[in-house]
Each structure stands twice: as structure tokens, then as C-alpha cells.
Design a protein around this ligand. Structure first.
Ligand code: NFS
Ligand code: SF4
Length: 647
């Protein structure tokens, strides 16, 4: 086992403590495995390895510029890239599919514990899709909506209806560029077809399909997932909670939910509050039950229930190393196959609950969604039964934990900006036009042991709010800010520049807004669409002073997200490049030519200070084009001004 320098590997003290403990307990983690993997394959890194057919695998170099079939670097790099985008799109969209099928069951009266929690959200969504909702029951409307969404998955020739939620000009751009996806399933199958041996060889054509596929994610699968989650589980509104490994309790049964699908965790949130279950835990010698989340499941139940976040992607193993976790429940996506190995050194039970996502060494307990509460109860009791196996000598829970405020759905932001009766983005648009807010930046994505955990995210976030940029967060990047205390309005406001601070204080929002999990990146585009609709900042998303950043990304999902942001006209900064360096043409297409096509492109900035400068340049450029870049004089606001602000 390679040793890890905990000072350079991670940023927060809780993670550093657990890395030291890992070494002491002789437990391998992704950080130590990163050390053994340092010498990574350069053909893979540059996208130049092709193993699509069995004449290969072929690798492209100066000496062998073509594969056996004759494919060159451009084709191979583009095909590999398309397959990555397709992987990401599939993950988000399949997640959406499960929720849609659940909505259908609820609508048919077979909810089995699930129900329509937010009827207003349902009726609003129905109107968006031009479904009749007046004088009809919630179940009737829900059934129509579920069927429409199922058709969005399966339609063969019809363009995705969900694209129509974008600004009209945006839709026209997609039409002109011929990148409008049809049904998500067909689009994904076509990606695999196009990229198999001997089909699409023109790197541009391949990459355009990558953008088409990504649009099927951001303006398809992910957007529908967000809509249905709100209907079934409620639309999030601001909620207080805590984050980091310090939320684990020494004297309670600690249960962690990890993965992405909210269906089980929603039921677990109910199950752990059941007085009988709590009594069962007390009978087992515990003071109670602590339920907390890892990764995006954490974000889902944080947003709606205020359940604490134990950590993000790179902390999944570290959480077990505390020795205080009775059970980690995994579903799909981002759950490391190493978890059972780590758990073996302690008493933690790893329970995999999804039929399609099993890990050797974990206990399979398929979550029965048709008997959800009972299933959740059984799982919780099993965790309680495991409490007696905890070895107190192996327990060391770091003290670090930070309070936070999350729950900023687009609706919540709208209400906060405009008030309950005049919910509107107007005050935000005005603040941007007047220059008190310089622009909007979405910081999203994962953490990656190639870099120091969270250094980039936290450095950049602080710098941006200092310079009056309103920051929107999702996924593991949001958890990084939570652990840094930057999701707490009081703390964050101290770092905010004067203009941003004035606006945030007047309307009562923090300068860093946690908008949810990674599928909720579609909500960032929804917010941007609201900004366009409100007027004064252009008529498509590419004109708003807004930038996306994925600083420490690692997942195929992040690639799909980056692509649908770019296809939506939003520039995206990456902390490290895609695996495309082997083709100058592909690199030029993604990092330059997309600006011509869509109005946004990718920019690689390995350093947060460089990223900051690039973002400022991009925001200034947008402001310049809109004619709002005049240097406004700083003035002190009197009460009248403040009231005007507080529309
Ligand atoms: Ni997003 Fe969420 Fe985290 Fe990355 Fe994984 S948990 S869906 S992919 S690692 S942000
Ligand atoms: Fe090699 Fe072409 Fe087969 Fe790829 S598709 S493995 S480049 S022969």
C-alpha cells in the first residue's frame, strides 16, 4: 500500500485525519491507489486507444498514425468522446426513467407509500407541456405527464418536447445546427451504433451527435428527473443542516445512504423517525439513529429533509474508516467497488439495494419499491442489529462539521427574490444590469484524487463571490462548499463583494446557492432560462453573463453536463482536460469552434486563479456585448434604494 501525504491530498481536516487513520489501520483508499496508478497510460489519456473492434486494440502514434481499419486519431478520439457523453447521458436518463415509472404507478393508484407530494408542481409541469389539467384529478394529470415522459424516452422520430422549455432562440440554434435529439433511448442507441466499427468516421459529425446526446440529457432525462422528483418528493425550499464526517455520532447507530436515487432514501428518512424503530435502536444500546448521506443521494435528502451530509465522492471510504458506521446503503452511480474491502477492516455492512448495481463483497438487499416503507424498515433494523459489532477501539470520528443552508430550487430562488406573491427573477436581472452582481457562475461536478481534494473548488468560490459573482452549486462541488462553511449565509456574506452582499442581504439569499444533485444541473439551465425570460439580458442563454465550471470532475456524467451547457451557449471551464489531446481537430472543435456553433465552448484552466481570470474575461465580454459593462459608481444605499431593491 502506497503512503499518501495527507497534507497535499485533501483540504479539510476531517479527511486528513481519516487518511492518517487509514494508514494506521492499513486500509487502502482511492488516495493510495491513485499513487499506484500515477503512471497512467498516455494513449488512454489522449483518447488514442481504440478497442472498438477485434482487429485491434489499436493505438495511434507518430509511427502508426492509423488503426488496422484505417481510422485516424480524429475518428478514434471523437468516437471515444461520444461514448463517454453517452455513458453520462444514460446514467442521468435512466435515473429519470425510474422516477417517471414510479410517477406512473402513483398515478395509477399503486403508489405503495409514494404519493404526489407537490400538486402545484405537477399542475405547473402539465401546463408547461400543454396538457389539460383544469377540472382533472391530480392522478389523471400525473398519468398524462408520466406517459408523455415515457414517450420522451421512447419516441423514434419526434423531437424531444422538453427542448421547448428552453428560450425560443435557443431552440432555433439547435434546429439550425441539426442537433435536436429525438427520443432519449433512440439517441443513445444511435450513439453506440455510430461509434461502432466502420460507421461514422467524420469527427465533426461524431461530435455533433455527442452534443445531440448531451442535449437529450440536460434538456431531457435530467430535466424530467428534476420535475418528477419535485412532484413525488416535494419542491425544495431553504433548509438548515450540517456537513462533513463530524456529523457521525459516537453513541448512535450511524447509517449512510450513498448513490443517486432518491426513492429509497426518501423512505429511509421516514423509517428512521418511526418511534418503534428508535425504541429498537435504544434497546440495542444506542442513543438513537443518525442517518446521513454521501454524494448525490446526500444532496437529494438534504434538499428536502435537511438530513446531514457526511461527505462527497472522495469521502465515501473515509466515512467507513471512522469505524462508526453500522451500514452504508448504496444504490447506483459513483459507489466505489472498493467499499466492501474498506468495510472488512471494520464492522460496517455495505448493502447494495439495486438489482443492476451489485458489488462483490456487499450484501445484496434489493429494495422493494412496491413495498418501500417495509423494505426501508427492514434495512434500518439490520443496521441497528449491527451496532453491537462496533469495536470502540477502532472508532475515531473527526470533530469537523459545518452548518449550512441548502434547498435552493428555482422556485425557492424566485420566491426569495420577488416575494411570495410576485415571485420573479426581476431583482436578479436588475442587479446584473446595474453591475452590483457581475454574473452567474455554476460550479459543479465531482472530486478527483488527481488533485488536492476541494482546493480548486473552495479557492475559486471564494474569489468569485469576493468579485460580486453569484455562485450556483450542485453535486460534490456543493458539498465541498458546505464543508468549508460557504453555504452558510453569515459566513459567505463576509467574503462577498459589496454589490453582491447588498443584493443578498436585501433579498435574503446567500451568495453561494446549493441547487441540488448532479441531475439538478438541469435546474441551473432552468434558472438561466428564467433570467432570459425576465428580459434585459439577451434572448438566449449564450448572452447572459454566465459561466459553468467543473473543477475536479471525474465522471462521464460531468462530460455530458459540460456538453449540454456548451450546447446551451454557456462557456464551461474544466479543471483538467478531456481525453482528447491526441487530436488537434477534436480539441479545436470542442475548445473553439463550438463558440461559432452554439455561443459557448470549453476552456481548460488547471489552476483556480487562472480559472478566475478566464471567468472574469468571459463575464466582461458578455456584459460588453449587452452594453451593460459601464463602471457603475459605488454608492451607499439609503432606505429608499434599499426598498427599491427589495421588490
Ligand atoms: Ni455528479 Fe453525483 Fe459526485 Fe461527480 Fe458522482 S456523486 S451525479 S458524478 S462524484 S458530482
Ligand atoms: Fe483498430 Fe479500427 Fe478496430 Fe478501432 S475500429 S480497434 S482502430 S481496427
Amino acid at each position: 500500500m502506497k503512503s499518501v501525504d495527507h497534507k497535499t491530498a485533501v483540504w479539510d481536516s476531517a479527511s486528513a485525519e481519516m487518511l492518517l487513520k487509514a494508514e494506521h489501520d492499513c486500509v487502502d483508499t482511492c488516495f493510495s491507489r491513485m499513487e499506484t496508478q500515477r503512471n497512467q497510460c498516455r494513449f488512454g489519456r489522449d483518447g488514442l486507444c481504440c478497442r472498438i473492434c477485434h482487429m485491434g486494440p489499436c493505438k495511434i502514434s507518430a509511427k502508426s498514425p492509423k488503426g488496422v481499419c484505417g481510422a485516424d486519431a480524429d475518428t478514434i478520439v471523437a468516437r471515444n468522446f461520444l461514448r463517454e457523453v453517452t455513458g453520462g447521458t444514460s446514467a442521468h436518463s435512466d435515473h429519470g426513467r425510474h422516477l417517471i415509472l414510479r410517477l406512473k404507478k402513483v398515478a395509477e393508484g399503486n403508489g405503495n407509500g409514494y404519493q404526489i407530494k407537490d400538486e402545484m408542481a405537477l399542475r405547473y409541469a402539465a401546463r408547461l407541456y400543454k396538457l389539460t389539467e383544469r377540472d382533472r384529478t391530480a392522478n389523471e394529470v400525473a398519468l398524462d405527464l408520466a406517459n408523455l415522459f415515457i414517450a420522451e424516452m421512447t419516441s423514434q422520430e419526434e423531437i424531444l418536447k422538453t427542448l421547448s422549455l428552453a428560450p425560443e432562440k435557443q431552440q432555433n440554434i439547435w434546429k439550425r445546427r441539426n442537433v435536436q435529439p429525438v427520443g432519449i433511448d433512440r439517441t443513445v442507441v444511435e450513439s453506440m451504433h455510430r461509434s461502432t466499427m466502420g460507421v461514422d468516421h467524420d469527427y465533426r459529425n461524431i461530435l455533433l451527435h455527442a452534443f445531440r446526446t448531451a442535449l437529450a440529457d440536460g434538456w431531457g432525462g435530467s430535466r424530467m428527473a428534476a420535475i418528477v422528483s419535485d412532484i413525488l418528493f416535494g419542491t425544495a425550499s431553504p433548509v438548515r443542516s450540517t456537513s462533513n464526517l463530524g456529523i457521525l455520532q459516537e453513541h448512535t447507530v450511524n447509517i449512510l445512504v450513498h448513490g443517486h436515487e432518491p426513492e429509497l432514501s426518501e423512505m429511509l428518512a421516514v423509517a428512521v423517525q418511526d418511534p418503534e424503530t428508535i425504541r429498537y435502536a435504544k434497546d440495542a444500546g444506542a442513543e438513537g439513529i443518525t442517518l446521513a448521506g454521501i454524494c448525490c443521494t446526500a444532496n437529494e435528502i438534504l434538499m428536502r429533509h435537511g438530513i446531514p451530509v457526511a461527505g462527497n465522492f472522495l469521502q465515501q471510504e473515509l466515512a467507513i474508516i471512522t469505524g462508526a458506521v453500522e451500514m452504508m446503503i448504496t444504490d447506483v452511480q459513483c459507489c466505489m467497488p472498493s467499499l466492501p474491502d474498506v468495510a472488512r477492516a471494520y464492522h460496517t455492512l455495505i448493502i447494495s439495494t439495486s438489482e443492476m448495481a451489485q458489488t462483490v463483497g456487499s450484501v445484496q438487499h434489493v429494495f422493494d419499491e412496491d413495498d418501500a416503507l417495509h423494505s426501508a424498515n427492514t434495512i434500518v433494523r439490520r443496521a441497528i442489529d449491527n451496532f453491537k459489532n462496533r469495536d470502540p477501539h477502532k472508532v475515531a470520528i473527526p470533530s469537523a462539521s459545518r452548518p449550512l443552508v441548502a434547498g435552493f430550487s428555482v422556485d425557492a430562488i424566485k420566491y426569495m427574490l420577488g416575494g411570495r406573491f410576485r415571485a420573479s427573477f426581476r431583482p436578479l436581472n436588475d442587479a446584473i444590469i446595474q453591475g452590483r452582481i457581475k454574473g452567474l457562475v455554476g460550479i459543479v461536478g465531482c472530486s478527483n484524487p488527481k488533485e488536492q481534494l476541494e482546493y480548486y473548488v473552495n479557492t475559486l468560490t471564494k474569489k468569485l463571490i469576493q468579485h460580486n459573482v453569484l455562485v450556483l452549486k450542485t453535486g460534490c462541488a456543493a458539498i465541498a462548499s458546505a464543508k468549508e462553511g460557504m453555504l452558510l449565509p453569515e459566513t459567505a456574506l463576509e467574503h462577498a463583494g459589496p454589490g453582491l452582499r447588498e443584493v443578498c442581504e436585501a433579498v435574503g439569499i446567500p451568495p453561494v446557492l446549493h441547487m441540488g444533485s448532479c441531475v439538478d444541473n438541469a435546474r441551473i439551465l432552468e434558472a438561466a432560462t428564467e433570467v432570459v425570460r425576465e428580459g434585459g439580458l439577451g434572448d438566449d442563454l449564450s448572452q447572459i453573463p454566465a459561466v459553468g465550471v467543473a473543477p475536479e470532475w471525474m465522471s462521464e456524467k460531468a462530460i455530458a453536463i459540460g456538453c449540454y451547457f456548451v450546447a446551451s451557449g454557456v462557456d464551461v471551464i474544466l479543471g483538467h482536460p478531456f481525453h482528447i489531446a491526441g487530436s488537434d481537430n477534436v480539441t479545436r472543435f470542442l475548445n473553439l469552434e463550438t463558440t461559432e456553433l452554439f455561443g459557448g465552448s470549453f476552456h481548460v484552466c488547471p489552476d483556480p486563479d487562472e480559472a478566475f481570470l478566464k471567468i472574469m474575461e468571459l463575464l466582461d465580454r458578455s456584459r460588453e456585448k449587452l452594453g451593460i459593462n459601464k463602471k457603475t459608481e459605488r454608492k451607499l444605499y439609503d432606505m429608499k434604494d434599499r426598498r427599491a431593491l427589495d421588490v
